[in-house]
Design a protein around this ligand. Structure first.
Ligand code: PPS
Length: 575
């Protein structure tokens, strides 16, 4: 059955879900179809394709749409659409899909959610895509980083028929499809609705801003936070969901509604703002708030912002006639202590004292346990944030050693473990190279591929320990920079991460040769031996570098303890 269009108020809405008879038929057909397991971003995109949040799209983009979206922000038929919605996969599955003409799209548990009828298969130039869409080739931009590091080589485009929405078990009463939201607005008699997009917890400034926007637009308010994928390091959506449930009570009764959007953000700044506006129009709103640095990816490594703070507002302005939704632009809100009130920064008289707390400062205050003032947030919101973001000295952390075989990693790691256990407070787990290879990675050898798997496994275990408030000490060689970087990213999201480079020179390690392995490596008896016949990529991002030649293991362990104290992970007088 072809997908249909339903038309409540607010423009045409695509609905790609098929009826039950067609679903049964597709399931029966699927026995002969190749399958693809959707990654988290694909799942988000699929959900919004299926429920019409991405109207007028009817599937993952083919090459012609993709090319024109990249270069002109338009689909082939001329419709404004700023963001590529593509399905990337490995070459083998793509070839199977092309041969079969159709592809079963499944979730990680194997449930078939949709069938893709293949129209296009191509290898994209992801660097060019990054330049076109994000105006950047810097992997520190999350959108570019995703293209460079996490995007599979082949794109497969085609129309989609939906059998089942991706399943959610959390906040089910707050997840609303575009059709549901439109119906709720109708039922409430809301003809004008202004939507507020956010990926952060909300505080007083946001409530003040959204109230003003509602008055300005003479509209009711939809708080519409993104709960799909946001910027790495953001507050998780479970915590935010509880925060929003507190926040919604701060608005006058029947004036505001809360719904969650399963969007995977790209942090594309101006282009993303246009995309957000189109998605909100599809959800039935008439107005859309765009504030400072909307969907901004932050700054590059040298501290330069990727986009100007009001570039997104400017771009939306350019497309205002086509969007079908009216932008409500807002400058940054600041607190004026004299009047105990919030105002957009451009409405405050020069010389008036103002206060604000940045996201970074808020994180710092949570980490240090410092006060978060009532003018900034509500007590129930702060309490919620403190529950999931305890101060640093109560968080879990990982100390990740890297260094050559025989450099002294294990000895220092053991010394560190003893010192931490003596202080007490948190459970400590030592994941030493040899121990891991016995218990977690016994089938692995020392090829680059196997070493990467080994380090990824260690990182996974360490990140779980860290998440649960414990201390993980890892001491593998970890010779490659990329898996170390991935571990840092994953573990930092859950607590502390300290990379320690045990930088004992190769000559010293070889001279010590405690296990006799260097002699065997020189003789060619052991192949792929790090430092001799295999590479060691020296870290340039180590938090602590230990020279080891002139110091005892006890002194080295104390250097790490000092660092952990300075960073706030350990209380100076013990836990
Ligand atoms: S890696 O690269 O991080 O996965 O290596 P790791 O798991 O730490 O394992 C290193 C220990 O295995 C022994 N060994 C070798 N090391 C390097 N290269 C080769 N080819 C090799 N073969 C065996 C060696 O004893 C290492 O232990 P340490 O404690 O580092 O000396």
């Amino acid at each position: 059955m072809a997908s249909q269009l339903i038309q409540p108020h607010g423009g045409e809405l695509v609905d790609l879900m098929v009826d039950s008879a067609t679903a049964e038929q597709l399931k029966a057909d699927s026995r002969d179809l190749p399958s693809f397991t959707l990654q988290p971003r694909h799942l988000c995109d699929l959900e919004l394709l299926l429920n019409g949040g991405f109207s007028p799209l009817r599937g993952f983009m083919g090459q012609a749409d993709y090319d024109r979206v990249c270069s002109e922000m338009r689909l082939v038929d001329g419709t404004l659409w700023p963001m590529p919605i593509t399905l990337d996969m490995d070459a083998k599955t793509a070839e199977e899909a092309q041969d079969a003409g159709r592809l079963a799209l499944r979730d990680v548990e194997g449930v078939m959610l949709a069938v893709l009828t293949v129209s296009d298969v191509w290898r994209p130039d992801t660097m060019a895509e990054g330049e076109a869409v994000f105006a950047s080739s810097d992997p520190d931009h999350p959108g570019v980083g995703h293209l460079m590091r996490s995007t599979a080589p082949v794109y497969v485009g085609g129309s989609v028929q939906g059998l089942q929405y991706p399943v959610h078990y959390d906040f089910t009463e707050l997840r609303r499809t575009p059709a549901q939201l439109r119906a709720e607005f109708d039922a409430a008699g809301w003809s004008r609705v202004v939507a507020f997009q956010t990926r952060n917890p909300m505080h007083r400034a946001h409530v003040e801003l959204t109230r003003r926007a509602a008055v300005e637009a003479d509209a009711n308010l939809l708080i519409h936070p993104v709960v799909g994928m946001t910027k790495p390091g953001d507050v998780d959506h479970y915590t935010r969901g509880r925060v929003y449930q507190h926040i919604i009570k701060r608005y006058p009764e029947n004036s505001a509604m809360l719904a969650m959007l399963p969007l995977a953000m790209r942090m594309g700044g101006p282009r993303e703002a246009v995309w957000h506006a189109i998605i909100r129009k599809n959800h039935g709103v008439s107005h859309f708030i765009v504030g400072r640095d909307h969907a901004g990816p932050g700054s590059d490594a040298s501290g330069n912002p990727f986009y100007g703070p009001y570039d997104a507002q400017d771009m939306l302005q350019d497309y205002t006639d086509e969007l079908g939704v009216t932008m409500v632009p807002f400058k940054m809100m600041v607190y004026v202590p004299d009047s105990d009130s919030y105002h957009p920064v451009d409405e405050v008289d020069e010389g008036t004292a103002t206060l604000s707390i940045s996201g970074t400062e808020l994180r710092d205050r949570l980490a240090s346990g410092d006060e978060i003032p009532e003018w900034f947030s509500y007590p129930e919101v702060v309490a919620e944030l403190r529950r999931t973001h305890p101060q640093k000295s109560k968080q879990g952390f990982t100390v990740f050693f890297t260094g050559l075989s025989g450099s002294g990693k294990s000895t220092i790691a053991n010394a560190l473990m003893s010192k931490l256990l003596e202080r007490g407070g948190r459970p400590v787990t030592l994941l030493d190279g040899d121990v891991v290879r016995t218990n977690l990675s016994s089938e692995l050898g020392f090829s680059k591929e196997h070493r990467d798997i080994n380090i990824t496994r260690i990182g996974y275990v360490a990140s779980e320990i860290t998440k649960h408030g414990g201390i993980a000490i890892c001491a593998p060689i970890a010779p490659y920079a990329e898996p170390r970087r991935r571990n840092r990213e994953a573990i930092s999201a859950n607590g502390g991460y300290v990379l320690v480079h045990v930088s004992t020179p190769l000559e010293v390690c070889e001279e010590r040769d405690r296990k006799g392995l260097y002699a065997k490596a020189r003789a060619g008896i052991i192949k792929e031996f790090t430092g001799i016949s295999d590479p060691y990529e020296e870290p340039i991002d180590a938090d602590v570098v230990l020279p080891t030649v002139d110091q005892t293991p006890d002194e080295e362990a104390q250097i790490i303890i000092d660092h952990l104290e300075a960073e706030g992970y350990l209380d100076p007088m013990g836990d």
